[in-house]
Design a protein around this ligand. Structure first.
Ligand SMILES: [Zn+2]
Length: 410
């Protein structure tokens, strides 16, 4: 089949995106300067309301979806952790006048960066090619790309059913926003998330799943010198468990178990009556997830016998395999990229995103339509500024093709 050329309306979309080149950089600068890391509510609220105004200007109905609390056992260190503030998710839905596929675009307003830290502003490199800043690529640049692509559609009179869903807790596992994402995913046909592309621009089409766990060990305290034999060391028992758990990882099969942080003991001359560890598990498929979950359950003891072992666990991002509809969506994106003169490859990642939740709800999703850049989650995080225009055009053209029914996933 010959490559579909960019048509007149798609050229208009591209011209619109080109005309926004400077303003897109300004928007990234403005958004990056709003601190939204570590659940910082004032920053999240400020950023959320800016984005709400832009979406409302496109004729979207906006609402705040209340979040769920996270399980308390996830918090570390447990004694110092405040109950987390539960942020809402912003949902903005635009209904088309005619029937079109329904596209769900997700993103996160939060970053991993310390709102009080010294990494606070966008700084553009001497040659103007890249810019560092907290959340520049993960994912304030992506949000600018998503909003600009939708604005391009509106400016060119392209009618599409779309919903934008922006949460505020993606970087901490989307526990608060899981249900909002899952419910919205059920109501849509095509899933897009604005996470950063791979460094070369590739789309991630396959991801491992991820879960969290906590192992608690209860022992019996005793003075180490006077009553040592009466004690039951929770630390020693946890040590034995860690040796077992360390053997579970089979990275070549996509099974990964990482343990840390650890807690145990109060002082050196008392046999510790409590120890705990927190960990993360990754798996390529349902079978791997079940296996790890059963192994964890198998560590638990029954009754009151000491040491007593209690396991808490949750799978918050199911695996995201490369299913046929995702392959078709990737091919549609590659087709659009080719017509725009861009090379677009696909790859896989051990990292997880809200795309895992979207696809688990049955929505074929590609979650890396955001900007190109690198050093995510570090204080030298950077964005490739040219990618704002490049990915803006790609997304706008892809959405235009979805609007006219040219993307068939089943
Ligand atoms: Zn991200």
């Amino acid at each position: 089949m010959p490559a579909m050329a960019v048509d007149a309306i798609e050229r208009m979309l591209c011209q619109f995106i080109e005309s926004r080149r400077e303003s897109m950089i300004d928007e990234v600068r403005r958004y990056v300067a709003i601190p939204t890391g570590m659940g910082y509510a004032p920053g999240l609220e400020e950023f959320r309301s800016l984005v709400t105004k832009r979406l409302a200007a496109l004729g979207a109905m906006t609402s705040l979806v209340p979040g769920q609390p996270r399980p308390q056992w996830l918090e570390y260190p447990p004694s110092e952790s405040q109950p987390a503030v539960v942020p809402p998710a912003l949902r903005a839905s635009h209904r088309a006048k005619s029937s079109t596929p329904r596209v769900l675009i997700t993103g996160h307003l939060d970053t991993v960066h310390d709102p009080q830290g010294s990494f606070r502003q966008l700084s553009i490199s001497a040659d103007g090619g890249t810019a560092t800043g907290p959340g520049a690529v993960d994912m304030k640049g992506g949000i600018v790309i998503g909003l600009t692509a939708l604005e391009a559609l509106a400016a060119c009179g392209i009618d599409l059913n779309w919903t934008v869903l922006l949460n505020s807790d993606e970087e901490t596992g989307s526990f608060h926003s899981h249900d909002a994402i899952f419910a919205a995913s059920k109501e849509h046909d095509i899933g897009i998330a604005l996470e950063p592309a791979m460094p070369d621009g590739s789309l991630v089409v396959q991801r491992l799943g991820s879960g969290q766990f906590q192992i608690e060990v209860h022992g019996k305290a005793a003075h180490a010198g006077r009553d040592f034999v009466k004690g039951v060391s929770a630390v020693n028992a946890l040590g034995d468990i860690l040796v077992t758990v360390a053997k579970w990882s089979q990275p070549s099969d996509g099974l990964i178990v990482n343990v840390g942080p650890l807690q145990g003991g109060q002082t050196t001359n008392i046999v510790p009556d409590y120890a705990a560890c927190w960990g993360n598990m990754r798996f390529a498929d349902e079978r791997g997830a079940k296996e790890l979950q059963q192994w964890l359950v198998g560590l638990q003891t029954s009754g009151q016998l000491l040491p007593r072992i209690v396991v808490n666990q949750v799978i918050n991002r199911p695996p995201k395999p490369l299913i046929a509809p995702v392959r078709k969506l990737a091919e549609a994106a590659q087709g659009a990229a080719g017509d725009l003169g861009l090379q677009l490859d696909v790859g896989s990642s051990g990292g997880v995103s809200d795309g895992n939740i979207m696809q688990a709800a049955g929505l074929p999703t590609i979650d890396t339509f955001g900007a190109r850049g690198g050093n995510l989650h570090r204080t030298d995080e950077f964005i490739e500024l040219e990618s704002l225009v490049e990915r803006g055009k790609l997304l706008a053209v892809l959405l235009a093709r979805a609007a006219r029914g040219a993307i068939r996933l089943s």
